[in-house]
Design a protein around this ligand. Structure first.
Ligand SMILES: Nc1ncnc2c1ncn2[C@@H]1O[C@H](COP(=O)(O)OP(=O)(O)OP(=O)(O)O)[C@@H](O)[C@H]1O
Ligand SMILES: [Mg+2]
Length: 277
């Protein structure tokens, strides 16, 4: 793993010689708001359909962060770094992507989201933006009234799509694949839709579970809408060249928060990922 880490650091040092473009400017600092809109926000969260996840399902889906404990430690550490970086930079929107398919983006997005849900002072929203191969509703075994693609198209509301886990995590998934994902993600309606969700639910963090970058241009079509991106690499399948190519592409649009090395078999009892911020 050290060799991979060194190579990533070297590739990044070369790339960092070029200054990154200015990323999206997030509206306000990540502080809980206490004005009268708080009542509306609380009501909006309270109206979401509640999600219950049986332990068996969590285990099957490799979700280890729902109740905390030893298994969740690695993800809780990642959560801390994510919160610290997002607060320090006044970032609110985080995309999670990878070079190729199957690196563990959705598993990591879900674990990060459930880890954040145990942070009572933060409201988080996980949005499934892998519109071509959605998997979250199936993994968590719930049937949303509407998919998030329908919310993006203005054919349904976030309230009909999202489910609430506790009172501070909302998950917006999809009901099936769509064909025109890239067009949808770069439509002018998309930033308006996201701003409306933020105005209604006042999330501190929105996580976007994206498709892989080297398979479709969906992730890059959406990159301008987020403040930062975490890149998931799979040990033994992702190459340094792929990581470098993707980091460069992301850095041309927004901030690279870090690279997560997932599926590290030789990490012993830990979950099997390393994080390089
Ligand atoms: N650390 C890990 N160790 C072992 N298996 C893992 C790990 N992380 C994820 N997996 C498994 O790898 C498979 C792919 O994971 P996941 O669906 O999260 O990847 P993905 O990057 O979202 O894939 P896709 O590109 O298809 O959306 C799943 O079966 C998941 O359970
Ligand atoms: Mg996925």
């Amino acid at each position: 793993m050290e060799r991979i880490q060194e190579a990533i650091a070297k590739a990044r040092a070369t790339r960092d010689a070029t200054p990154a473009p200015a990323a999206r400017v997030a509206p306000t600092a990540m502080e809980p708001s206490l004005d009268s809109t708080q009542v509306g926000v609380t009501a909006a969260w309270g109206a979401l359909s509640p999600l219950v996840i049986p332990q068996k399902l969590a285990t099957k889906g490799r979700i280890v962060t729902i109740s905390g404990g030893k298994e969740a430690t690695a993800f809780d550490a990642m959560r801390t770094k994510v919160i610290q970086q997002m607060r320090a930079n006044n970032w609110r929107r985080l995309a999670i992507t990878s070079p190729a398919a199957g690196c563990g983006k959705t598993t990591i997005s879900l674990n990060l989201a459930f880890s954040l849900a145990r942070q009572p002072d933060l409201r988080s929203i996980l949005v499934e933006l892998d519109l071509r191969r959605p998997s979250i509703a199936q993994t968590l075994q719930f049937k949303p009234k509407a998919g998030f693609s329908q919310v993006l198209e203005g054919r349904s509301t976030f309230a009909d799509c999202a489910v609430g886990f506790g009172n501070n995590l909302a998950i917006a998934a999809n009901t099936g694949p769509v064909r025109n994902a890239a067009e949808m993600l770069q439509s002018s309606a998309t930033p308006v839709c996201l701003a409306e969700i933020e105005a209604t639910y006042a999330p501190d963090i929105m996580i976007f579970d994206m498709p892989p970058m080297l398979v479709t241009d969906d992730a890059m079509a959406f990159a301008g809408q987020v403040d930062c991106v975490l890149l998931v690499a799979a040990a033994e399948s992702t190459t340094i060249k792929e990581v470098d190519t993707c980091e460069r592409e992301i850095a041309s649009q927004t901030n690279v928060m870090g690279v997560i090395l997932n599926k590290c078999r030789y990490m012993g009892q830990e979950y099997g990922y390393g994080y390089y911020g």
